[in-house]
Design a protein around this ligand. Sequence first.
Ligand code: SF4
Length: 371
Amino acid sequence: MEEKDIFLQTWMKDAALEDIYSKVLEGKRLSREDGIRLYQNPNLLAVGKLADIVRRKKNGNYATYVYNQHINYSNICLNRCRFCAFGKDENAHDAFELSLEKIEEAIQQRMQEPVTEIHIVGSIHPKFSYAYYLGIIKTVKRLRPKAILKAFTPVEIAHIAKLANMPVKDTLQELHAAGLDALPGGGAEIFSHRVRQEMCPEKLSGEEWLNIMKTAHRLGIQSNATMLYGHIERIEEKVDHILAIREAQDETQGFLCFIPLAFHSQNTPFAYLPTTCGIEDLKNIAVSRLLLDNVLHIKAYWIMLGLKLAQVALSFGADDLDGTIFEEKIAGMAGRTSPDSLTVKTLQNLIQEAGFIPRERNTYFYSIKKG
Ligand code: SF4
């Protein structure tokens, strides 16, 4: 055995992770108990090293970013989830809604830039019609026919289906035909019924969220998946959430990437909760990487993590930083301290300084070669 391997094995033994280390080397699937042990293990560097082994096997020495534009069409929301600082009542001073003309204007403002992805999410608006949502898709596709449109979380899709008075499957088919290419991964929060009752009782159940995603995947609409951590969830609930994604992925292979999202409590009834610490953020990235053997990419979403930690996360299992963004409002209203957009140069520098090779990708994680 090489000196390096002896060192690693001893290190893992000291961290009481030798058996998981063997499974990782052999490419074996980790169990629920393994996931709980990894979360409970205080040796962050050992857990991170295990995740890094998997990350390098799957994605080599590359870290990706996307040239994207975010548009939030409204924050006026019927659901008013307790953890959400973005959703507002109609008469709130900071409520907003964008007409289709305003959405067109937002896209026009960036027309000189090589945006490859338009990411659109909003709220459960009390008045917008089905035609409005179709109008968003048609507006984007008219102005940016080559960009990939990733829009509407399962929570919005369920609402749009009600407006359309059609089953979710038929609605998705119609939206897809109009130009919807992919779904973002939001709205998953934590699937646990206990947590959802406390934090977002009006929202879809975890099972409904998964069913909408699986329906989309079967229609050829791929998506991301998320997990919101750092609030009232328990370790077991996080592991069960990740394993539910893994199970769905075994069925459909439709998830492009998984995004652990750090909870920002400011301006919510949970403001008494501290901001997540770096240890917790990195642990969530690493354990997700280790448990999700069938999801190729793990995103360190710099908007939520901050730039410095997102950079470090690339050595703890993450292989993607998301993108240029532009005008992020959701975390902004919950007290985010990171900027709301980045240049490609900054993204490339962040990746290079972390010791990885930057690669621009599209929504489906295909490389975009320049020049
Ligand atoms: S999380 Fe989504 S559904 Fe819930 S209040 Fe916020 S915008 Fe509305």
